[in-house]
Design a protein around this ligand. Sequence first.
Ligand SMILES: [Zn+2]
Length: 472
Amino acid sequence: MSAGYAITTYKIQLNYKHLDWFKQTQSLFDEALAFYYELLEKQPEALSLSNQNLLRHLELQTIKQRDGTPPETPLPFEKIPLYFRRAAINAAISMYRSYMSKLRDWQEGQEKQIENEELRIENSGTESHSDSDINQIGNADLFQHSPLSILNSPLKKGRPSKPRRLHMSMLYYKGMYKDFDEKSILLKLYTGKTWAWVKHRYTGRPFPENAELMSPTIVIKKKKVMLHIPVKEIVEDSRTAKERVQQNEKFVAVALTGSDSLAVCTTIQADGRATAPYFIKGGKELAHRRKLLLGYTKRGVAENDMTHTVGDAALSVPQEHRPNKKYYDKITRLTDHYAHEVSRKIVDYALKQGAKLIVLPELKESFNQAKKPYLGKTPYDFIGRRIARYVQYKAWQQGLVAMTSKPYYASTRCYHCDAPIAKHNTEYQNPSANFYGGKNFVCKEGHRGSTALNSARNLGKGFYYKFYQGVA
Ligand SMILES: [Zn+2]
């Protein structure tokens, strides 16, 4: 059996006596970060080194050798603890890498634009990620580089600028903290003159038993000091999807839609039958609440003011540059809330059905796909991706596996007879094969029903034949 684990970030609030010591420590950290960032700027070619080698390379240039050889560019601070310095170097490396990669993307984008003048990239959209509960997932070749990650290619207008502020919350490696128990932690802090071990009590939800606590990050927000601690939990029963399928267990197939039923699930039994349809609603309500918020974003923006993009179109502008930013933030939080709800319901459904595997449609994120009106234009496109991503995390934490499968013909063929289907919303409409939003379908054999359920069943059917054939 393969070992699996899930990493969840716990946030605890520290009680402190000396807020200024945290601030002193943070500002020293930022100064060291800036020093290394600027050193890196002088040698961008060094980015070809691995992070570990780059760290050593930078230390050689700035720290006195064991044999007493002075460095070329000495670090201008005395008595900085080793692991504090390393955290600052790693922060500088990560900020510089991130900036350089944005710059490279932008340059490549410029080249593409010249090649492809007429290609109008419409509203590819951007949403800020909020991975607040979940950082990463282990042992998951299946979805570590998941195709489901949220589209992260906003319309880039100008050349990306250097980070305005060289700042990052401090990662505290071993050596910077100790005696971490269920009530308190000792942190090494800079008082402005010297380093001191300071005990802090804290509050927050208890850590799970038998979990491994990883290095905390100190996050200072105004007067609040938080510790963010990645907690690594071993997940039992982490057999791979293939092993599960070989044991002919039942599984759940899911369709994600842009209609009121945000997700539709079915359970495929070991003999291939699709059973127990389950509709998870909320799409209408979400659309309504989004519409209200989008309305608010237009407040106070003159109609003839062409410098501001408003409404849906503004979703392609980076969030911090939009007028009425707080309403966009609300929309992001709202979408996130629904994505969490729906993904939790999907995982609960799978648990209730006794299934160990959840199959989701593989959602492409290429521009071509994003331009198709039925896939890319609505904000639901994003909630679908987000739901799928959350299902993967939540499933893993429950000892279930979630994976994606290509939804070949899932939405164009009848599950019962494979004939092409036509779609419609009401009895008064003429069913049409090209009506992508149509909630109901009918085929020439007279089968009819919910389009989304048909898609979920087809996804399950395709997956069943692909993996079960010759396996029994
Ligand atoms: Zn049919």
